[in-house]
Structures are given as structure tokens and as C-alpha cells.
Design a protein around this ligand. Structure first.
Ligand code: PLP
Length: 390
């Protein structure tokens, strides 16, 4: 059975070009980039090329890019650097719909005595802008807002908000893990001081990420050690993965320049619109006018997301649900709860996230297989019966 992979916000396939670019760095050019000899020095040169490619993808300067092990490390490094750089400030701001890499860190910091504001969102997942600006003060050490939401794809107006925050002299970090490579980012046109990205969300391997740090931003390293990354992140470089990330960044930039996401968003829209037309009581979670081009979160009311996933899995269709069931809890996700999605809809929410490797044939198969699955599950659902009997 062929796999139809529409779970690209979870992780992506390593692009063949990326794998090819990486392979020589395992057993041919395995020198340590910090070594004095040419064998290592050449690798250092390749790392710098990768740094330039990553910088170009977001419109940054190469020396503003620090390689990390993942998006989570980039997020944690940014927040910890901010609070260490401004020890007198005790207030930190984020939103209610962030990835656990930020959400859980803020909760830990709140237990340690920081005052953490989690800005609410509306029913469409849009930030409550007035609440946000009202929360800022001279005591605010950092604002961290995601660029694109991993579950719904909703995009926050980061350019605009970050400029305003910068004008108030407050540091601004964005978790752009889901946005980089999917939407154009010109970092100099924003007020963003730090930005997190992660390679495995755009066709490079897992376990490699980067943190953009605007020149002049106060910073202290999280990983203290050797002089690597100009002292901003100790530890021998993950050379092959860095080179893979550089290649993936180059491919993503070319894809964006070609408007490659137009095709992906058309496929996403076809999937979404056909499901809405074929399945009664199906709802889109999140503002469809400001969304990542590859993502849709569809709520099928009165059925369980996990049951839908299992039945789709029998057809080789890989997506994700909007509840945290796999982590041992039956609670719907904090993102859908923050948006006020009713339990009956949140429980039946499925996220489809596409990539440039998806085809129209695959979308047609999902459109054919999924509606009967929902109908079958509803036949078994006491909630559906109850709702229909009204
Ligand atoms: N931030 C967002 C918005 C994400 O979607 C993810 C991964 O799903 C992360 C951070 C964490 O990235 P990583 O898996 O590279 O640690």
C-alpha cells in the first residue's frame, strides 16, 4: 500500500538533493571544522555556505544565524538569553496557542517567579491585539509569538506587531518553525530580534535547527562550551545536517521564488472544500484568510479524531488529530481549546498538512476515502445520534 503523507507539519521527508549533499560528510569529509588542517577547514567552508543559504531564506546576514539541534533548542535559547540579558525584567509575554517548546518553558519560568502573560486568541485563532499591547510594560523582558500555528496554520501579523514592540524597546522572538520555507520572510522588514527555525519541517533531517539573532541583540549562550558558532553555541557542529539544512534552505528559497506554494495551497483548498461539501457538520478551524498555504484543520463534529486517524491509516493516509491523545490525555489540544472550539468539534479535528511532494491523485484518494469513514463513525456515535434527534 502506498503511503499518502499529509502530516508535514509533524515532519517532512528529507529531499533527495538534501540527502545527496549530506552523504559525503559522514565518511569522506569527516574532519572537525575547528581543526587546523585543511581536511577539517574545508568542512568549515561548507558550513559557512550553509549559513549563507539559511540567512538568504529569511533575508538575514550569515553571521546572524546560529545552528542549533532543533526548533525547541532555538526557542529555549532565545527566551533564556532574553531573561539573562535583562535580569531586572520579570515579565514575559506569549500567546495561548504556542507550541509546547514555548508554552511549557513559559510555565516553568512562571513557577520560578516570572510573570507570564498568555495572550488569548479569538474563535478563528487570531491574536487579541488590544489585550496584547495592554499587557506590555517596562518590566517586559521578551515577547514570543509564533509566526504560523502548527495545528491550524493561522498566521499572526508578526511584521506589524514586532515593529510596534521594537519601538517600545522590548525584545521580540518569533517561533517561525512552521513558517520558514512556506511563506516569504524578509526579516529586516520586521522588528524581530530572534527567530527560530527547524530543518525537519522543510525537508532536511530531524535534529538540526537554527536561531536568527539580529546583529546587536543582547545574547548569552544556552550551550556553553567551545568557541563554535562564535561562542554563541558550544559543541562540535553537526556538519552533515548543517550542510543538509543549507541545501534544504536553497531548495525552499527556489520553491518560494517560483511561487511553488500556489500549487500546494490549491491542493489544500480542493481537499478542504470538497470535504466541506461532502461531509455534513464539518468545520474549518482557524482563520482561512491568514493561514499557512499547506495546512488545514477540519473538525468533523461528533466523532473521535483518533478513530478517524486509525481508519484513514488503513488506506495509508497519514494525518494528525487535534487532541493530545497520543500523549496519554484525551483532552483536545490547548490550541483548539484556546480558540473556544466546542468539545464535540475539537475531538473530531484532523490536521492535514501538505508538502511539495503531494499530488492531486493523493488528494483525490483522501476525498474519496474519508467521507464514508466519517459516515460510518457517526453511525456508531451516540453524540451524533443525540445531535440529530435534536
Ligand atoms: N515550534 C513549532 C511551531 C513547531 O511546530 C515545532 C515542531 O513541531 C517546534 C517548535 C519544535 O521543533 P523541533 O521538533 O525541531 O524541536
Amino acid at each position: 500500500m502506498n503511503v499518502i503523507y499529509v502530516d508535514n507539519n509533524a515532519t517532512t521527508m528529507v529531499a533527495p538533493e538534501v540527502l545527496d549533499a549530506m552523504m559525503p560528510y559522514f565518511n569522506n569529509y569527516y574532519g572537525n571544522p575547528s581543526s587546523m588542517h585543511t581536511f577539517g577547514g574545508e568542512v568549515a567552508g561548507e558550513i559557512e555556505k550553509a549559513r549563507s543559504n539559511v540567512a538568504d531564506l529569511i533575508g538575514a546576514q550569515p553571521d546572524e544565524i546560529v545552528f542549533t539541534s532543533c526548533g525547541t533548542e532555538s526557542d529555549g535559547t532565545a527566551i533564556r538569553a532574553a531573561i539573562e540579558s535583562y535580569p531586572e525584567k520579570k515579565h514575559i509575554v506569549t500567546s495561548r496557542v504556542e507550541h509546547p517548546a514555548i508554552k511549557n518553558l513559559y510555565e516553568v519560568l512562571a513557577k520560578k517567579g516570572y510573570r507570564a502573560t498568555f495572550v488569548p486568541v479569538d474563535n478563528s485563532g487570531r491574536l487579541d491585539i488590544d489585550y496584547f499591547y495592554d499587557s506590555l510594560s517596562d518590566d517586559t523582558a521578551i515577547v514570543s509569538l509564533m509566526w504560523g500555528n502548527n495545528e491550524t496554520g493561522v498566521i499572526f501579523p508578526i511584521e506589524e506587531i514586532s515593529r510596534e514592540v521594537k519601538s517600545r524597546g522590548i525584545l521580540f522572538h518569533t517561533d517561525a518553525v512552521q513558517a520558514v520555507g512556506k511563506v516569504p520572510i524578509r526579516i529586516n522588514e520586521t522588528g524581530v530580534d530572534m527567530l527560530s527555525l527547524s530543518g525537519h519541517k522543510f525537508h532536511s533531517p530531524k535534529g538540526i535547527g537554527a536561531l536568527y539573532i539580529r546583529k546587536g541583540t543582547r545574547f548569552s549562550p544556552f550551550m556553553v562550551g567551545g568557541h563554535q558558532e562564535k561562542g554563541r553555541r558550544g559543541g562540535t557542529e553537526n556538519t552533515a545536517s548543517i550542510i543538509g539544512l543549507g541545501k534544504a534552505a536553497e531548495l525552499a528559497a527556489a520553491h518560494l521564488a517560483d511561487n511553488g506554494y500556489a500549487r500546494i495551497s490549491q491542493l489544500r483548498d480542493k481537499l478542504e472544500q470538497t470535504l466541506l461539501a461532502k461531509v455534513p457538520n464539518a468545520i474549518i478551524n482557524g482563520d482561512p484568510t491568514s493561514r499557512l498555504p499547506n495546512t488545514t484543520s477540519v473538525a468533523f463534529e461528533y466523532v473521535e479524531g483518533e478513530a478517524i486517524l486509525l481508519m484513514m491509516n488503513e488506506h495509508g493516509i497519514c494525518a494528525s488529530s487535534g487532541s493530545a491523545c497520543t500523549s496519554g490525555s484525551l483532552e483536545p489540544s490547548h490550541v483548539l481549546r484556546a480558540m473556544g472550539v466546542p468539545f464535540t468539534a475539537a475531538h473530531g479535528s484532523i490536521r492535514f498538512s501538505l508538502s511539495r511532494y503531494n499530488t492531486e491523485e493523493e488528494i483525490d484518494i483522501i476525498i474519496e476515502k474519508l467521507p464514508p469513514i466519517i459516515a460510518r463513525l457517526r453511525e456508531l456515535s451516540p453524540f451524533w445520534k443525540e445531535a440529530m434527534e435534536g
